[in-house]
Design a protein around this ligand. Structure first.
Ligand SMILES: [Zn+2]
Length: 579
């Protein structure tokens, strides 16, 4: 039977094999691996699980200096274009590029959307002419269902941008986006990694009652073999790979294949414990159904046994039950005899069904937290997956009084200036607040006078900030420049928080770009900052009839911006209502 090939190396399905543990640095705001490593972990030993790239290092940086009022992840240099990528000799590098993009998409999907920025490595690249590269494009559906609905691509000079649309999980699907769940089950004769949606269904079915004790021919045969004290070289065995049985042969050239054996453990143990338990025999040829074994010294086996123990104890587990039992297993080495002497050993592992869930490694899923890209811990991941509709962290302050009823009444002098500024805008809605900062739970800046959100079809959503004049600043362009620079970051944060609030609390997830304009009001108006001069959005991020309607509905729904009051404002501001 072809499906029974027990070759260790060839048998590993690249789709289901476990990724290596990755050491990622976090200097300042770069990518952090959120796992807590215990002494003697897989990482320390340099053990690479599966056959994928083993030692890639990358930094995904949260770009703090961006002019976008978005979460921007900078992923470094990348080669783009079908021809250029095909001519890349380093396959590992190609894989790393794919992984970096997937990781960034995953992170932004779990953080309310944003922008991925990459520096294009190859010169004379044109996105329109050359495309992205098939390997990159083809990897996307693996993480985002219908990528074209959620991702937009744009080139600007030497930079490539991927816009990741905000996404809010619903009751049906998984709570967060995940590259690999690392949660396995036995399906027929394979250990299969569950997709995120299946993992959620599985987790919801736990803890499971022990049920009937499974009893079948295969298990009887496995038990008989497991209980043997001695085996003969090339003796045949009478079962095949199944839900309850796995056989593997280690490469012949390897004298003592310790690492190969340890590599097999995580996914096999995860799969058996999450299904009905079973037996793993290492040293059995599934093709010929002969007992071969592997060569080792007695002392090697003692060491191996303790390594196996350590590896199994380190597997991440999740309990939903009160008992919180450990993984139950028995490990033994059976001598293989040839011409009356020991020539090899078979490693036999009996694993019992687990009450809740056992992972082969922590799930591969990231998010932005405290200005860093962080990997979810298993506990966090399970919690997010199980409670898909849980609110993301964030604060809503219901403070209609923070809205300014008569914004210009005490500042008659500025009325004309603001009128002129806003009067030049295209037809749309103006939402006025004395302080968006207070509404959004942020600290207020002293210099501020008014903030006006302009919503208009065919435009980008724009936050206009009018800063009250200070006599010392009049005519001093360098001081005004400093003020602009100082306020830029602050209002970028406000615009970003506003967008995130709309996603998290109002369910508004449409593609929407946001621009910040800061205007100084003195004897005349001076533009201190205009982010539209610095950044670009894809056409789909401009407001449409539908997004304008949805946005207004979302604002209405939100406690943050109380539309009845705004209406008063808008009426009051009828001089600048563009109709
Ligand atoms: Zn349990």
């Amino acid at each position: 039977m072809v499906g029974n090939t027990p070759q260790l190396v060839e048998d590993v399905n690249p789709q289901t094999c476990t990724e290596p543990s990755v050491q990622l640095k976090c200097p300042g705001n770069t990518l952090q691996d959120g796992r807590h490593d215990k002494p003697g972990s897989l990482k320390e030993k340099g053990l690479h699980l599966g056959n994928t790239d083993s030692n890639w290092k990358t930094n995904i940086i949260v770009d703090q200096d961006t002019d976008y009022a978005e979460l921007v992840l900078f992923i470094g240099e990348i080669t783009l274009g079908e021809k250029n990528r095909n001519s890349m000799k380093d396959i590992q590098l190609r894989r790393k590029d794919v992984k970096r993009i997937l990781q960034a998409v995953c992170t932004l999907r779990n953080s309310g959307g944003g922008v991925i920025k990459a520096h294009i490595k190859n010169q004379n690249y044109s996105f329109t002419r050359d495309g992205m590269g098939l390997d990159l494009v083809n990897s996307l559906p693996g993480i985002v269902h219908l990528p074209h609905d959620y991702l937009d691509f744009m080139q600007h000079k030497d930079y490539f941008f991927i816009f990741v649309k905000p996404w809010k999980p619903n009751h049906k699907g998984p709570g967060i986006t995940t590259i690999k769940t690392n949660l396995y089950r036995r399906i027929f004769s394979f250990s299969v990694e569950l997709k995120a949606a299946d993992a959620v269904q599985f987790l919801k079915s736990r803890p499971s009652s022990p049920g009937k004790i499974v009893c079948n021919e295969t298990l009887n045969e496995c038990l008989t073999l497991f209980n043997r004290e001695l085996l003969a070289y090339e003796e045949t065995f009478c079962f095949t790979k199944s839900t309850h049985a796995e056989v593997k042969l280690t490469p012949k050239e390897k004298i003592f294949p310790k690492e190969k054996i340890l590599e097999l453990l995580p996914q096999t143990v995860s799969a058996f414990t999450n299904t009905e338990g079973g037996y793993l025999f290492i040293g059995l040829d599934g093709k010929t159904q002969q007992i071969i074994g592997f060569e080792a010294e007695k002392s090697d086996l003692v060491l191996l046994e303790s390594e196996i123990e350590k590896h199994i104890r380190q597997l991440p587990v999740t309990h939903f039950c009160g008992k919180k039992e450990k993984i139950k297993y028995t490990c033994k080495f059976i001598e293989v005899h040839k011409s009356g002497a020991v020539c090899a050993y078979v490693c036999a592992l009996r694993v019992e069904r687990f009450c809740c869930a056992v992972f082969a490694a922590e799930p591969e899923s990231w998010h932005v937290e405290g200005g860093c890209v962080k990997r979810f811990t298993t506990e966090e991941w399970v919690k997010c997956q199980m409670d898909a509709t849980a609110e993301m962290p964030g604060k809503v302050i219901c403070s209609p009084e923070a809205l300014c009823m008569k914004p210009f009444s005490q500042h008659e002098g500025y009325e004309q200036l603001v009128r002129t500024e806003l009067g030049s805008l295209c037809k749309g809605t103006l939402v006025v607040s004395k302080s968006w900062a207070l509404d959004l739970g942020l600290q207020e800046k002293q210099e501020v006078t008014w903030n006006v959100l302009h919503i208009a079809q065919g435009s980008l959503l724009t936050l206009h900030v009018f800063v009250q004049g200070d006599e010392n600043l009049e005519g001093n362009s360098s001081l005004l420049g400093e003020l602009g620079a100082k306020l830029k970051g602050y209002y970028k944060q406000i615009a970003l928080t506003l967008k995130q609030t709309l996603v998290n609390h109002c369910g508004y997830t449409a593609k929407t770009g946001i621009i910040v304009k800061i205007t100084y009001l003195g004897r005349k108006t001076v533009c201190l900052y205009d982010s539209s001069a610095e950044i670009r959005y894809p056409q789909k991020y401009y407001l449409t009839i539908k997004t304008v309607r949805d946005l207004e509905k979302a604002l209405l729904k939100s406690c943050v911006i109380c539309i009845p009051h705004v209406r008063v404002n808008v009426q009051y501001l009828s001089f600048c209502m563009i109709s």
